[in-house]
Write a protein that binds this ligand. Structure first.
Ligand SMILES: [Zn+2]
Length: 647
């Protein structure tokens, strides 16, 4: 009987050992389920596999990540846990444990990028070349006719805020013979009655935009002066509320059918063009991917940044020259709008190479025993991915970010909890509510896997009563270790818990009880959204580390689920090739893992589900509203595996 549970011989013997030695400290009756079955040895076993060089840092997408997913699923299957992934079109025993996530990589194909400007004959018989400024020099007059400009050197894309998280800020497009209209900085500003589009029809034309409103430039300068590192709350916009008090050129262009925008460059953009990236700018982890289902339809119009030669050509023979416009833009002067010569037309062709990809969340369930409560869920989560290969090897030639602590430790802990729950269930120790064990992908890319789970949930999201997330639970201070600036690592016998003081003190009480049962000190130093005298006050100023927003539990919080996040803090090996399994404090990791298992058990058996705090931080409330408005939480059956889903 037992065998069906256990995996390799070694593991079987481990099981025997477990039932004999580990007498749990006295938690309330039935307080820890089978948490005491969790051992240091099994944690070390999973950790050394997940953090091995062979998985090459588990980047998403990669063979290393998929191998980690297969490894976890193999154990889940052996432990007899119910799969929570694809139910149709699966190949083999492991794919049912995967929630496939379709990825795509759109890359600009430089060879296919074409920009042509038709230069009309000079109206003034060629008396051009007036004045020069800012490296613009006196512009050489171009002969009439079509003139092509070289991508990356004489023009580039972007600058319009059209990018979508790593994808190129432009789609494959083809525009021919579009006219041009100059609109100054292109902002409509109500409070100064500024409207650069008065009596100008922009439909089908390219807007030529230079500079920005002086108010924005001043605020940006002040902002650069004030803010330190870290991700601070955005300062209020001096123009007011977008699309209420002011309209950006991008929004105006999109709303009024303009063909696109051509930006007169800033110094920064000029220097970027002066040293264009060679090759496809793809690092050792391959091209950047995005989650297909997260891609909002692009609203922004194509935006081009002109280099000096192109800017001069655009203004050749016009009432303002390239140098005059550049001068005006650099000083944020108010430049009047005007239509450019009607014969001056733009043709733009962009080429994008599209590479399909895939990754997967790994999910299993232990069904609850109570006829009613089994329809409610306790989620325990960790992220299975890490940052992959380093851009360059370190002094010892090591280029693999093993991610032993981040987050092989949480993933290993979750495996141990899943095994203990599965074993307990076979011995009749069954929770009332259903437990979900969730390993998410792409946390390092932007909390992808947990967003996917909460945006397209495979279960009724309103029935999820809590998320217990583990991310970096394997390290503690060793003798002589000193926290570097802005970082704080736990002492042995301690764990940071983030979430209860922010989202659910109810859940916090359960955490404290469980932790006490394992003699683990709960530290709430990072359990805040704003630094104060005793919380998150080591910097970066002014906003601190903002840990509450930085791991997968936050996507559960965004749909109104109480969360508790377990972590050891930050240390000198964070996101380095030196984050290796030999540095893990397995004793402390075991205590944390048992505590999380006990919390899961207690929540799964509690008469009532933990309540959300009445007062929640503004940013969370705003993000909850945004998630709701974006349709997060609609029950979504798990799709069949993708062609690249491992099996
Ligand atoms: Zn992490």
């Amino acid at each position: 009987m037992r065998r069906s549970l256990g995996t390799a011989g070694l593991f079987g013997t481990l099981l025997v050992a477990l039932t004999v030695v580990s007498a749990a400290p006295q938690l309330p009756k039935g307080g820890s389920g089978n948490a005491d079955a969790i051992t240091e040895d099994e944690l070390r076993l999973y950790e050394y596999f997940l953090a091995s060089d062979q998985l090459e840092g588990r980047n998403v997408p990669s063979r290393g990540y998929d191998t980690a997913a297969l490894y976890v699923a193999t154990h889940l299957k052996e432990w007899g846990l119910k799969p929570g992934g694809s139910t149709t079109g699966t190949n083999g025993p492991l794919q049912p444990y995967f929630i496939p996530i379709e990825l795509v990589s759109n890359q600009i194909d430089a060879a296919g990028m074409k920009f042509t400007l038709n230069i009309p004959p000079a109206a003034d018989g060629g008396r051009g070349g007036r004045g020069g400024a800012g490296g613009f020099g006196a512009p050489a007059l171009l002969a009439p006719g079509p003139r092509s400009f070289e991508y990356a050197k004489e023009w580039t894309v972007g600058g319009g805020g059209g990018g979508r998280g790593g994808s190129p800020p432009i789609d494959a497009i083809d525009i021919t013979n579009a006219k041009l209209v100059f609109v100054g900085n292109g902002y409509v500003i109500n409070k100064t009655s500024t409207d650069p589009y008065k009596s100008i029809d922009v439909n089908g034309k390219f807007l030529v935009v230079a500079g920005q409103p002086a108010e924005l430039a001043a605020a940006a300068a002040a902002g650069r002066g004030a803010a330190g590192g870290g991700r601070g709350a955005a300062a209020a916009n001096p123009l007011g509320i977008e699309n209420t008090d002011f309209v950006t050129p991008q929004s105006y262009a999109a709303k009024h059918g303009a063909a696109g925008i051509i930006m007169v460059p800033t110094y920064q953009q000029l220097s970027a063009m002066a040293t264009p990236a060679t090759g496809r700018g793809i690092g050792p982890n391959g091209p950047p991917y995005q989650v297909v289902k997260f891609q909002a339809p692009r609203t922004a119009v194509p935006t081009i940044v002109a280099g000096i030669a192109l800017a001069n050509a655009i203004f050749q023979g016009e009432k303002l020259t390239g140098p005059q416009v550049f001068e005006g833009a650099t000083t944020n002067a108010r430049l009047e709008s005007f239509e450019l010569n009607a014969e001056k037309k733009v043709s733009l062709h962009t080429a994008i190479t599209v590479e399909k990809g895939a990754t997967e969340n790994v999910i299993a369930m232990l069904e609850g025993s109570d006829p009613v409560l089994k329809h409610e869920f306790v989620v325990m989560s960790a992220h299975l991915d890490h940052v992959g290969l380093a851009a360059a090897p370190n002094e010892t030639g090591d280029a693999i970010n093993n991610g032993a602590d981040d987050d092989a430790s949480g993933s290993a802990a979750l495996m141990a909890i899943a095994r203990a729950c599965a074993q307990g269930a076979l011995r009749g120790i069954k929770p009332k509510r259903t437990m979900i064990f969730l390993w998410v992908a792409g946390e390092e890319k932007g909390l992808w896997g947990s967003q996917y789970f909460n945006q397209f949930p495979p279960v009724d999201i309103t029935k999820i009563v809590a998320d217990l997330n583990m991310d970096m639970i394997g390290r503690s201070k060793t003798p002589g270790y000193v926290d570097p600036p802005q970082y704080k690592l736990v002492e042995p016998g301690e764990v940071f818990v983030v979430g209860p003081d922010i989202s659910s003190t109810d859940l916090g009480k359960i955490v404290d009880t469980a932790a006490a049962g394992y003699k683990l000190k709960v530290n709430h130093f990072y359990d805040t959204t704003a630094p104060d005298a005793t919380h998150d006050n080591l910097g970066p100023l002014p906003n601190g580390q903002r840990i509450f927003y930085r791991s997968d539990h936050y996507n559960f919080a965004k749909v109104g689920i109480p969360v508790a996040f377990f972590a050891d803090g930050l240390h000198t090996d964070y996101h380095r090739v030196t984050d290796s399994p030999d540095k893990i404090d397995y004793k402390n990791m075991q205590a944390i893992t048992k505590t999380v298992a006990a919390v899961g058990w207690m929540v799964a058996n509690a008469a009532a589900r933990p309540k959300l705090n009445a007062k929640l931080p503004d940013q969370l409330v705003n993000d909850m509203l945004a998630a709701k408005a974006a349709g997060w939480g609609a029950l979504t059956p798990v799709p069949p595996p993708l062609p690249r889903t491992p099996f």
